[in-house]
Design a protein around this ligand. Structure first.
Ligand code: DQA
Length: 151
């Protein structure tokens, strides 16, 4: 049995990774990234479920369901909803599951509207700017956080 259950959520347009603005988001597909996350999760004896949606309400539902599914931690790249979504923030606060906010790009180096995150101050941590490696660093950080909570 796994020690921890982790949910990885990807927001809008991340289904297009691989062809979407590769100079900003890299050339790996979402499928490649999910496979790398799952491989790393094995080394932590963690089980991973992944989901992507282009719809805010659907992402809210995934977060709400995480409570019933005994998810211990969430890694979320909310994509454009980072900068707009009170609903995602409220859902994450409602379930009270530790989460890490992830971005492929360094949003702080980009347009002004990307500087604001509605989630960041409620997150356990934020990782941005390392391309797909941001997700791996997020998993490593989340696992350390959860392991410390246990002891
Ligand atoms: C992103 C950054 C967001 O500003 C943008 O809307 C995305 C992707 C990233 O991973 O760098 O869709 O979250």
């Amino acid at each position: 049995m796994s020690d921890f259950n982790i949910l990885v959520l990807h927001g809008p347009n991340l289904n297009l990774l691989g062809t979407r603005e590769p100079e900003t988001y890299g050339s790996k597909t979402l499928h490649d990234i999910n496979a790398e996350i799952a491989t790393l999760a094995n080394t932590f004896n963690a089980s991973i479920s992944t989901a992507q949606s282009n719809h805010e309400g659907e992402l809210v539902e995934y977060i709400q369901q995480a409570k019933q599914q005994n998810i211990d931690g969430i890694i979320i790249n909310p994509a454009a909803y980072t900068h707009t979504s009170v609903a995602l923030r409220d859902a994450l606060l409602a379930v009270n599951i530790p989460f890490i906010e992830v971005h492929l790009s360094n949003t702080q180096q980009r347009e002004d509207f990307r500087q604001k995150s509605f989630l960041a101050d409620a997150a356990t941590g934020i990782v941005a700017g390392f391309g797909s490696t941001s997700y791996m660093l997020a998993l490593q950080g989340l696992m350390t956080h959860l392991q410390h909570k246990e002891s």
